[in-house]
Design a protein around this ligand. Structure first.
Ligand code: AMP
Length: 141
């Protein structure tokens, strides 16, 4: 759920809206993206309606993690691609437009079809890196 009731993906999972389904189990649902970045662009969605990944239960996260490589392999076989991106956006400022956790599987083709990546050329400052990593380790316990 978000502020406006069930997400569009919950409605797809419930069969209220159409989709091109490729996979379903007790915790996960997967279907083709309606505006594909390349042929075979597929979404993998937990049935649990968490808005962002950090809010997802460990059970759903494990279920997603189990099937992502399996679905990726099938998408590659069907699309003919040998390379692909797995992308996951959290928050409007991070390009999330559907507020229900989902992973994109996006085949990448030699002709450039697929995701473009704005690679950073700014090296990590060593001191800052030490401090940030130490703080994250402390939070993780
Ligand atoms: P994001 O920007 O990461 O939130 O991606 C949301 C994705 O959902 C976009 O790639 C949309 O094309 C896709 N999408 C939105 N509505 C539907 C729908 N009804 N069926 C399939 N894909 C959808």
């Amino acid at each position: 759920m978000n502020g406006d009731g069930p997400s569009i993906f919950t409605r797809i999972i419930n069969g209220e809206l159409p989709c091109h389904k490729v996979y379903e189990d007790d915790l996960v649902f997967s279907f083709l993206d309606v505006n594909p970045m390349s042929t075979g662009h597929t979404l993998v969605v937990p049935k649990e309606p968490a808005v962002t990944l950090d809010a997802l239960s460990e059970e759903s996260a494990a279920a997603i993690g189990r099937v992502l490589p399996i679905i990726s392999k099938a998408v590659l076989e069907v699309s003919g691609a040998t390379e692909f991106n797995v992308l996951q956006n959290n928050g409007a400022n991070a390009y999330q437009s559907v507020f229900h956790v989902h992973f994109h599987i996006i085949p990448k083709f030699k002709d450039g079809g697929g995701l473009s990546w704005p690679m950073s050329t700014m090296p990590l400052d060593n001191e800052e890196g030490s401090q940030i990593a130490a703080k994250i380790r402390a939070v993780l316990g």
